[in-house]
Design a binder for this molecule. Structure first.
Ligand SMILES: Nc1ncnc2c1ncn2[C@@H]1O[C@H](COP(=O)(O)OP(=O)(O)OP(=O)(O)O)[C@@H](O)[C@H]1O
Length: 296
């Protein structure tokens, strides 16, 4: 099956500063991909490269097997809702639906109408007078109604209240099941990602730190707690992701495919938030053997 997103040595530089570099991804179709990382990590840059709004400085990127935004057919396959959920301030809600129907070959008019009615967005309401959250709901509805093969959402739920966030993520999940499309969404809200994502990318300092299916990542990462131990004394197949020590105790987050038999360690499983935080931990980490791991 054609990957939804494939990059090789992908990089983007603004002036002298790399916003994204050495990015290698190969994401199969059919996933809801969570993209997470601190402010300024390069998430929006990656999403804009994927939608053809930015050109790479280095490397290559292919989306659904094609060059981003290269042809009308490619544009029709990819939906994008930007971080600031832009809408046309002078147009009404109904105008947006008419425009969507005219511009998108697979437009789902019934779904868009039904969803906006349920959300209480009146057709004659000017978009410029909507609240931030209502504007986001309009933009997200347009993204869903486009019925793309890949929907890219840059912090889609940031301006929504908790109930609206839950409703949107539920609708997104139902739509992916019903219409079998892929989603890439960035968010700082790991609990939201935990609810909907089955594939994770962690970006920090302009680089992909980890990428892979959530189940596999959770099965291969563990927290080890026990008597203080130097990282050099860990088995070679245990790759240190993060480490912290007190005088007597060490705590490691490691990645390994092998079972852990050492009785000195208390081994605990991680949840998605633990995993993300371990990769985002920027404390100096002595003998860190691996800080970049990409899995399919
Ligand atoms: N147009 C631009 N010109 C110069 N630098 C830019 C530009 N856009 C982004 N950057 C820089 O590139 C880096 C990555 O920015 P990006 O917006 O991709 O991060 P992000 O992970 O999406 O951050 P956030 O979580 O805060 O939205 C940042 O250091 C940012 O200042």
């Amino acid at each position: 099956m054609t990957p939804v997103l494939q990059t090789q040595d992908l990089g983007k530089r603004y002036g002298k500063r790399w916003a994204l570099r050495d990015c290698a991804l190969d994401i199969p179709a059919g996933h809801v991909v969570g993209l997470v990382g601190p402010n300024g990590a390069g998430k929006t840059t990656l999403l804009k490269l994927a939608t053809g709004q930015l050109e790479p400085t280095a490397g290559t990127i292919s989306v659904l097997g094609g060059s981003p935004a290269a042809t009308p057919a490619q544009l029709a396959k990819v939906g994008f809702v930007a971080q600031d959920t832009p809408v046309y301030a002078g147009l009404t809600v109904a105008d947006h639906l008419k425009l969507g129907a005219r511009l998108n070959p697979r437009w789902d008019a019934a779904m868009a109408r039904e969803r906006l009615t349920r959300l209480g967005l009146a057709p004659n309401h000017r978009a410029g007078r909507l609240s931030g959250g209502e504007r986001a709901q309009l933009a997200l509805t347009l993204g869903l109604a486009k019925r793309p093969d890949l929907l890219i959402l840059d912090e889609p739920v940031a301006s929504l209240d908790p109930l609206a966030r839950r409703e949107f993520l539920q609708a997104l999940m139902e739509a992916t099941v019903a219409h079998e499309f892929s989603v890439v969404l960035s968010s700082h809200l790991v609990s939201d990602l935990e609810r909907v994502c089955d594939y994770l990318i962690v970006l920090t300092d302009s680089r992909v730190r980890v990428a892979g299916e959530v189940d596999r990542l959770l099965a291969t990462h563990h927290r080890l707690t026990g008597p203080r131990r130097d990282p050099a004394r860990l088995p070679a197949d245990q790759h240190v992701i993060s480490a912290s020590h007190t005088d007597r105790q060490s705590t490691y987050v490691i990645r390994t495919d092998a079972p852990i038999h050492d009785p000195a360690w208390l081994v605990t499983q991680l949840n998605l938030e633990d995993l993300v935080l371990a990769y985002m931990d920027r404390r100096p980490n002595g003998d860190r053997r691996l800080d970049l791991e990409v899995q399919r």
